[in-house]
Design a protein around this ligand. Structure first.
Ligand code: ADP
Ligand code: MG
Length: 472
């Protein structure tokens, strides 16, 4: 089938219009440097200024473009490229902030087998192996976004080339177990998925150090430098605080950083501290860490914690009721890793014992295993909350009053002290009008038993726990 020239041009324009919709801004930046020459019998001839533009256009827009042309013409499409240095440089190559640059790779367009689908197929001849040490579950899809990590998340998506302003370097900092490694893995997964030819290096700072030492020992510094400074499109370094006091490694990393930064290759660094708080770290490195964006991750809010628990449960196929998700979110506050660990442990015990993961079970497990927590709530706080809840006077709990309702409130307060503060029985006894430790023990046991058998008691405890959680 032959198509008249002016129709061919129109087909190309329509396919271009369709492709441009994917990402108009990026498209204009790059396609500005591409010229249409011809489309005859399934061969699309394009002219570009240099190989760099060719690769970018080919990797990012070509599949969509050729698929559309195939749809309009019924041809399977091959592309013939012409390099023409006389063409204008596209805007993207002139601006400072460009997407992570791909490495030149060998790609060939393969015609489909006779019986196969009629669309052209890009065969990437050298697909890079995925980076080491990565957790396949640490993806953007599995990351719960909340106010505590919103900025770091958005910056990570941008660093992976997903739009938004890209910062180089991106420095992600925050306390342990708050999702730094997860985000860095997510960047690597995303880039690997979308640009399998990109050379991604993910290393812990410890691994970087060890690599460096080994390279020195075996006189292989050239190889080391080629790997980190040249053969790398995306460098992700986890836990940079590990370099504290390691002067020679810092020096090497400084030069690695400079080399990659000069090539506008994306660098992402994580740390448990802000750059300026890193100890025994060279000043010039610290200052470079702040060149791009410093994005911190804070302890997640209750809603985010509950969402993380739910998300994890769904991922692991654990049936979880809302009250247990809420309870876990309330009880485990400072560390997402611990939150997940508790959930997994509960599920494991549940499947071993056949006991459903319900509130009583979750409570018993947390009480049994949680380490003593920082005492932000005091005995007095608990006594005050209990008095308020049962409408008693502040002296009632420490008095000799043995009236049933007062005694019950006193037992509840003792139970809460034991559970939340990890005080000893004698300590609690002293705080409740110098009562004997055996009295406290039996009060705590009584409430524990009622908690598991009496919904009303459970409701009182829940209300009080919520109130105390809010005070912390
Ligand atoms: P860090 O590197 O900051 O110490 P990690 O990235 O190892 O923390 O996170 C600890 C655990 O918590 C991981 O299993 C991770 O998947 C999970 N996690 C942390 N934040 C989130 C989040 N926002 N959404 C889902 N999972 C999270
Ligand atoms: Mg980590």
């Amino acid at each position: 089938m032959t198509i008249p020239k002016h129709d061919v041009r129109e087909i190309f324009d329509r396919a271009i219009e369709h492709t441009r919709r994917l990402s108009p801004a990026t498209f204009d930046q790059w396609f500005g440097g591409v010229q249409f020459d011809d489309l005859t019998d399934g061969v699309l001839s394009l002219r570009v200024q240099n190989e760099f533009v060719l690769e970018w256009v080919r990797d990012n827009f070509l599949p969509t473009l050729t698929e559309k042309i195939r749809e309009l013409t019924g041809w399977s499409i091959q592309v013939a490229w012409t390099l023409d240095s006389g063409l204008a440089t596209p805007i993207a190559q002139r601006t400072e902030v460009a997407p992570v640059r791909p490495r030149p790779i060998a790609v060939r367009l393969v015609s489909p087998p006779i019986s196969g689908p009629p669309s052209p197929r890009l065969e990437i001849v050298r697909r890079m192996p995925p980076p080491d040490e990565m957790n396949p579950k640490h993806t953007f899809a599995n990351f719960v976004v909340g106010p505590s990590n919103q900025l770091a998340h958005a910056a990570a998506v941008a660093a992976a080339g997903g739009g938004g302003r890209r910062y180089n370097p991106l420095f992600i900092c925050g306390g342990t177990g708050l999702g730094k490694t997860h985000l860095v893995h997510a960047i690597a997964h995303r880039v690997y998925e979308e640009r399998p030819e990109a050379r991604i290096i993910y290393v812990s700072a410890e691994r970087f150090t060890n690599d460096f030492i080994t390279a020195i020992q075996h006189h292989r510094m050239d190889e080391f430098r080629t790997k980190y400074r040249q053969s790398c499109d995306l460098l992700l370094v986890d836990d940079i605080q590990f370099l504290a006091g390691r002067e020679q490694t810092q020096e090497e990393f400084f030069h690695t950083f400079n080399a990659l930064h000069a090539l506008d290759r994306q660098i992402v660094v994580t740390s448990d501290k802000y750059p300026q708080n890193l100890e025994r770290m060279e000043e010039r490195l610290v200052s470079r860490f702040s060149w791009g964006l410093v994005a911190d991750i804070q302890v997640p809010e209750l809603e985010t914690r509950v969402a993380i628990v739910r998300n994890k449960a769904a991922q692991e196929g654990i049936a979880l009721t809302d009250d247990v998700a809420l309870y876990l979110g309330q009880m485990i506050r400072s560390n997402v890793r611990e939150l997940e660990g508790t959930l997994i442990r509960l599920a494991a015990k549940s499947s071993l014992t056949g006991r459903p993961v319900d509130l009583a079970f979750a409570r018993a497990e947390i009480t049994a295993t949680s380490p003593p927590r920082a005492q932000t709530v005091s005995v007095e706080d608990i006594q005050r909350a209990v008095c308020h809840h049962f409408h008693l006077r502040s002296t009632d709990l420490t008095s000799k009053d043995r009236h049933k309702s007062v005694a019950f409130a006193r037992h509840v307060a003792m139970y809460l002290c034991k559970q939340r503060l990890k005080c000893s029985f004698p300590e609690i006894g002293r705080a409740f009008g110098n009562r004997d430790h055996t009295t406290v023990m039996s009060a705590v046991r009584k409430i524990e038993a009622q908690r598991d058998s009496d919904p009303q008691v459970r409701a009182h405890l829940e209300a009080l726990e919520k109130k105390l959680a809010a005070e912390e």
